[in-house]
Design a protein around this ligand. Structure first.
Ligand code: GLA
Length: 686
């Protein structure tokens, strides 16, 4: 039989209508990856007893269990999985059943080594890792769907199955394959997207370096370690790669849907910066968007990183629908350099931080710590030391809290009035190829503007460039190098309707194909900004340029990037003071009726971002979610006739907030001034 994949569509297929709300458990979901196949049968009884003690109500089963079920080509032993599902079901624990396609079995990798992905330098990843498969491989697809079908036939109608979990972190390890089959699939995708090879040549500007293509066979994925790919080729390959993986997800989802009514999702890795694939186009294809989030131990603001990721999940979930924290850790992961444990209180505070921002549960990797295998030192809900551990005590405490918060399930985070636009294509573009400054990181600006709002307890959604922006009074666009015309139009409309738009350096400089928009930077926004740049002045390592203006609250020095800006209707609110730009505008503001359009031509240090955000908040009337001492994070979820105020104290001392209500975690009535204990959390039904 000749294997053949359907071509990857060049436009992401339209998502289904917003799916109905998903009910994974009676209250909030609580649990983690459960891998009973790693343990003798007698351990399972203890597992389930301890799960009940901790209040676990949902576990992800079978994520890496392809090889332990399909033990040889077409030979399947379901016995352990049958037992595990019955045991869990009998104990009232729901199952998030995974299709185990992230880890193909050894027999398949041995029989078909060609399914492994090929890196840009031609090296084929050997078996032994995970996601070691090429998204364009028809052979892999055939074996994967065959097993998914068998799994769905067997358990698709089982009452324990509350959710399907497709693969695992799709793209983690195999997001870009450069093999021959991928090259063919890429060409087919290009033909659908652009229509003809002439159109590809025009979109990519292949006249440069005489790279014009005459035949499709000449088009290759961006290969090689040296040199710089054409930006148009690079961006289209990134887009194709995202679409190819999404096509695989959709193929599995289609098989599951033929045998089961249970909702389908896959775990994304949503964070700050350019993501491995364009998750914003994926999320609408999940019944509930699911995220894996791990704090970085060396990130001094890890709570803000966590908040950013929650705000981005909500921003891509559509209608602020609840999403699900599918994985996090109770302590050190094992893939960072120095895998520090969590501080006391962090398991609860971090988990409830996700719930505050819209997650309808808190799940972990993994239930019981493994003794063997690559992840033997990864933390777990039940650590190696067992129940006599601090982690276990906090896991039980968290279970109690989630139970007390059951009524929060299904409510949504209140509508934010501020938004930050995060766009993966723009992030990929900024960080690759021969750019005026090659050290700029997309996540830096995203995090920085979010931090300033977060510290002021001003809620903001982190939205994709495709989002409808009508609800927002303030829209911030950090370093969005590449912008498509439809998104640019939505952004330009913000000040026209009385809102405030803030655009930072290197935004709107290139069109959707990565081609520079001529006539003065930033081509997509210069009219609305009333300011334009004719030259970039990237700074050398250690070089600093002073800027000053009332809105900053004092002079500051900028690093990395400056620009020669000209006014054309805007006023300069901040000016460069040193360097050859001395006296030139650094930050500009154009009044547009009741609205305003700001341009920030340099990466501002935190103090200056704080000053500017203070001014923007005044100008747009943005209020904090609650008046509190510094160090407290405040977020509100709302239901039909009730609201819940989450107060998380990240400081090492007790802090106060002006708030009132019934604390669901302690059962007491509190307010109008509430003390939130050091490192603690309060959730008030207001
Ligand atoms: C990812 C994976 C898990 C596990 C964890 C470890 O999130 O999905 O299987 O490897 O990392 O942190």
């Amino acid at each position: 039989m000749e294997d053949r994949l359907d071509a990857v569509p060049a436009r992401v297929p339209a998502p289904p209508e917003a799916p109905p709300p998903v009910r994974l458990a009676d209250g909030l979901a609580y649990g983690g990856d459960y891998n009973p196949e790693q343990w003798p049968r007698e351990v399972w009884d203890e597992d389930v007893a301890l799960m009940r003690e901790a209040g676990v109500n949902l576990v992800t089963l079978g994520v890496f269990a392809w090889g332990t079920v399909e033990t040889a080509d077409g030979v399947r032993d379901w016995s352990w999985m049958d037992d595990a599902i019955e045991l869990l079901h009998g104990s009232g624990i729901g199952v998030d059943l995974a299709t185990p396609t992230a880890a193909p079995p050894q027999w398949l990798l041995t029989a078909h080594p060609e399914i492994a992905p090929v890196l840009a330098d031609g090296y084929r990843e050997p078996a032994g890792g995970r996601n070691a498969w090429c998204p364009a491989s028809p052979v892999y697809r055939r074996f994967a769907l065959r097993h998914v079908e068998a799994l769905a036939e067997r358990y698709g109608r089982h009452p324990a199955v509350r959710l399907w979990h497709v693969g695992n972190e799709l793209g983690g390890g195999n997001a870009r394959c450069h093999c021959e089959r991928s090259a063919e699939a890429f060409r087919e995708w290009l033909e659908r997207r652009h229509g003809s090879l002439d159109a590809v040549n025009a979109a990519w500007g292949t006249a440069q370096w005489g790279h014009r293509y005459d035949r499709w066979e000449e088009v290759m994925p961006p290969r090689g370690r040296h040199g710089a790919p054409n930006p148009g080729l690079f961006l289209d390959y990134e887009r194709y790669s995202s679409d190819a993986l999404l096509a695989h997800y959709l193929a599995e989802k289609e098989v599951l849907g033929r045998h089961s009514d249970a909702p389908v999702t896959t775990n994304l890795m949503v964070g700050a910066g350019a993501q491995v694939v364009d998750y914003a186009s994926w999320a609408p294809h999940t019944a509930v968007a699911a995220n894996d989030h791990y704090t970085s131990v060396d990130d001094p603001l890890r709570e803000q990183d966590l908040a950013f990721s929650g705000d981005r999940m909500r921003g891509m979930s559509g209608d602020r629908r609840p999403w699900l924290l599918m994985e996090s850790s109770t302590g050190g992961p094992s893939w960072q350099q120095r895998n520090r444990a969590k501080d006391p209180g962090e398991i609860v505070r971090h988990s409830l931080g996700h719930v505050a921002r819209g997650s309808d549960g808190a799940m972990f990797f993994q239930w019981r710590a493994s003794t063997a295998g690559a992840e033997q030192f990864h933390s777990a809900m039940l650590p190696h030391s067992g129940t006599r551990s601090r982690v276990w005590r906090e896991v039980v405490e968290l279970g109690r809290h989630l139970h007390a918060l059951a009524e929060v399930r299904g409510t949504t985070v209140e509508q934010a009035r501020a938004a930050i636009v995060a766009d993966d294509v723009a992030g990929w573009a900024l960080q690759h190829g021969l750019k005026p400054h090659r050290g700029l990181r997309y996540g830096r600006e995203l995090r920085e503007w979010h931090r300033a709002l977060w510290e002021r307890r001003i809620l903001c959604d982190v939205v994709p460039s495709t989002a409808d922006l009508d609800e927002y009074d303030l829209v911030i666009v950090p370093t969005m190098l590449v912008v498509d015309e439809a998104a640019a139009e939505r952004l330009r409309a913000v000040p026209e309707r009385g809102g405030t738009l803030l655009v930072t350096y290197l935004s709107g400089v290139c069109d959707v194909n990565g081609q520079v928009i001529t006539g003065g930077f930033p081509g997509a926004f210069r009219d609305v900004l009333g300011a334009w740049t004719d030259e970039f002045y990237p700074l050398q390592q250690g070089e600093r340029v002073r800027i000053d203006g009332d809105v900053l609250g004092g002079p500051v020095a900028v690093e990395d990037w400056t620009e020669r800006v000209h006014l054309e209707g805007a006023e300069a609110t901040v000016r460069y003071e040193s360097s050859s730009l001395g006296g030139g505008p650094a930050v500009t503001r154009r009044a547009v009726g009741d609205g305003a359009a700001w341009y920030v031509s340099a990466p501002l240090p935190s103090d200056a971002v704080d000053g500017l955000v203070r001014r923007l908040a005044e100008e747009t009337g943005l209020e904090p979610t609650a008046e509190t001492d510094p160090g407290i994070e405040a977020v509100r979820r709302v239901g039909d006739d009730r609201s819940y105020l989450f107060l998380l104290n990240h400081a090492g001392t007790d802090r106060k907030a002006e708030a009132e209500g019934h604390d669901l975690l302690t059962g007491e009535r509190v307010g109008p001034t509430v003390t939130v204990p050091a490192g603690g959390v309060r959730v008030l039904r207001e």
